[in-house]
Write a protein that binds this ligand. Sequence first.
Ligand SMILES: C[S@@+](CC[C@H](N)C(=O)[O-])C[C@H]1O[C@@H](n2cnc3c(N)ncnc32)[C@H](O)[C@@H]1O
Length: 314
Amino acid sequence: MTEPTGSTELEDQGLPLTALAVAAGRAVETSRADPLVADPFASALVVAARSHLDLPTVWPAEPTEAPPLQQPLLLASIYIGMRTRFIDDFLQSDTPTAQTVVLGAGLDTRAFRLDWPAGARVIEVDSANVLKFKAHVMSRLAAEPGCELISLPADLSMPWREQLLAAGFDPAQPTTWVLEGLLPYLDAASQRAVLGEVAALSAPGSRAAIERAVALPKTDDIEAKLREFSEQTGLPMSELLARADPPDPVELLEPAGWRCSTHTVEELCSMYGRVLSLDASDEPAERGSSPGETAPDQPNQDQSRGGFVTAWLT
Ligand SMILES: C[S@@+](CC[C@H](N)C(=O)[O-])C[C@H]1O[C@@H](n2cnc3c(N)ncnc32)[C@H](O)[C@@H]1O
């Protein structure tokens, strides 16, 4: 199970499918009887994009009988629900920083749906078309952010420090960084550069929630698999190989003085009582077991996900 990858563009809005698929995941999660996340804007964002793909926005009564295209997206929505909640919980834990930077913000609506402390400032960085589309839809919905929201169009595979400073970022203040669903879309060198900037721009008291990219498995038939994937997606082999060996955020942040914790997808499944399956008979009896506690038969060992790093600079 993976999020749709590549640089597929929606014809009308020029939106990356990845950003839209994640919003669809949050809409589906919101519609569930026991939602981990309530994102009242996700469905409207998906509908406004007028995608030619039939993206689900509602959890169906019989998910195993959903159309074949929708099934992987429904499965992905289970992961997206947990990922969103995990980062929501992180943002609302401890003492929030006055400044938050969301790198690769996509159609994330936390600036509108979370409780922010007085004076909080959120800087969202993504490509201009994504930010413009979101601002347009949110304004049509008359949605007001609960913080000062700054949209910063920038290409994170290029230097972006000066743009962030010019947008009002204060490197002398502690920052909360969010890197959710971003690193898998950058090559290894750009990932290293982004994480290096996070470290370089952080004052003591800063913290970060980072979704890791997955290293491509080093098996004998990897070349053949890459070639097949390249043919299917149109991504050149050179680009795939550039992503093959992503840096470990922990190895970059710890030497810069950060205290890091890692969290597997299985841990999230245990924490939030979810199973990565469309089959209701796989559901656990109760939500909220301890991290790491997973029944042996549960299909939660998702090797296509890299898990998360949470980190603090004291
Ligand atoms: C999978 S989406 C995740 C969006 C958001 N964090 C969420 O969870 O809803 C990845 C986002 O990263 C953005 N992105 C990818 N490469 C980027 C780059 N080089 N510069 C800026 N944004 C980028 C995409 O435009 C997209 O919105």
